[in-house]
Write a protein that binds this ligand. Structure first.
Ligand code: MRU
Length: 349
């Protein structure tokens, strides 16, 4: 059994090569850029997306900014910090973005020359990228151990190779469990408005030969009520100290429905998605995206003219609905104030 080798981002000797996810599943189109502003635009437009991948792209974007010749008298660090500000402003919810930027800025501050800083930034970005793939494999192992033989799993949005450095978080668990012969079928929710489940998750699972059925978001309750789902596994964009987890809009109702139907609800995320400075999910910034994403599908108007539109891109699932948070450093369970701290202690030493 193979797993998908798709590379959503690659560093190529002074530029980044990015798979344009807005073209999937119809076309596999890559573009290259050496301009950090273009990478910012790609993040804003969701040409690449998913919390860990946004972090990796942000890191490479800062490497590109550092390679530019600064305006006279600007100073290297102020210029770099201003560029980091531009990159940070692209999307507010996924904390991996600012986590990656802080890691690179700390590395640059410790350097004694611009040349050393440029080299150090590239090394740090490549390390973040490589570690993310390793972390996903470990998340996959921990998560798969929670699934029984013959499981049918429901997942939301896209958390696979396309959302990470490679392999995936929630989808990494599904991949590992599939390799272990434990997965019977995957239900992928369509994930309105931008259809990451229908377009991206189904595309990835098909490539790996993992049986997948796409369902409209509203079908999840019926599947859960009928006993057709053994576990729900999703990713996260930011997890507060009490375990409240922000993820793609539509995750919270899935969690409530899973609890109502006594189906385990798992959140998979690397520790770079933990934001233990925030006490609860109330403090997580939720991105509001443009109305056009809801009002149209492939350019066709589907909402009656004159109707107002709200488009929150994420929701927050309260910790009481989350059975287990699965990270590269092991699993955490309630009370999360204690268990998440132990996971983070493990990464910082
Ligand atoms: O708006 P997106 O497509 O970036 O949202 C992605 C998600 O919500 C994912 O579930 C989350 O980032 C986890 S990815 C491993």
């Amino acid at each position: 059994m193979t797993t998908s080798e798709v590379q959503p981002i690659a560093w190529q000797d002074g530029s980044v090569r990015i798979l344009d996810q807005t073209q999937l599943p119809s076309r596999e189109v890559y573009f290259e850029s050496a301009d950090y502003r273009e990478v910012c635009e790609a993040i804003r437009q969701l040409r690449l997306r998913g919390a860990p991948l946004i972090g990796i792209a942000a890191a490479y974007a800062l490497v590109l900014a550092a390679a530019e010749s600064q305006p006279p008298n600007a100073g290297f660090m102020p210029y770099l910090e201003a560029a980091a500000g531009d990159i940070r402003a692209t999307r507010p919810t996924a904390v991996n973005l600012s986590w990656a930027l802080e890691r690179l800025l700390a590395r640059a501050r410790g350097c004694t020359s611009i040349r050393e800083a440029r080299q150090g930034l590239l090394e740090e970005a490549q390390a973040i990228h490589a570690q993310d793939i390793e972390n996903n494999k470990r998340i996959g192992e921990y998560g798969a151990s929670l699934l029984a033989e013959g499981s049918t799993v429901l997942t939301h949005c896209n958390t696979g190779s396309l959302a990470t450095g490679g392999f995936g978080t929630a989808l990494g668990i599904i991949r590992t469990a599939w390799q272990q012969g434990k997965i019977k079928r995957v239900f992928a929710t369509e994930t309105r408005p931008l259809l990451q489940g229908a377009r991206l998750t189904a595309w990835e699972l098909n490539r790996d030969g993992i049986p997948v059925s796409v369902v409209v978001d509203g079908a999840a309750g019926q599947l859960l009520r009928r006993g057709q789902v053994d576990a729900v596994v999703v990713g996260a964009d930011r997890i507060a100290a009490n375990g409240d987890a922000a993820n793609k809009i539509g995750t919270y109702p899935l969690a409530v429905l899973a609890k109502e139907n006594r189906v385990p609800f798992y959140v998979a995320a690397p520790t770079s998605t933990l934001d233990l400075c925030l006490a609860t999910g109330e403090e997580i910034p939720i991105e509001e995206r443009e109305e056009g994403e809801v009002a149209t599908i492939a350019g066709l108007a589907i909402v009656a003219q004159g109707a107002a539109i709200e488009n929150p891109a994420f929701d927050v699932t309260p910790n009481r609905y989350i059975d287990t948070i699965i990270s590269e450093n092991g699993v955490a369970r309630r009370p999360y104030e204690e268990s998440l701290g132990r996971l983070e202690v493990a990464i910082h030493g």
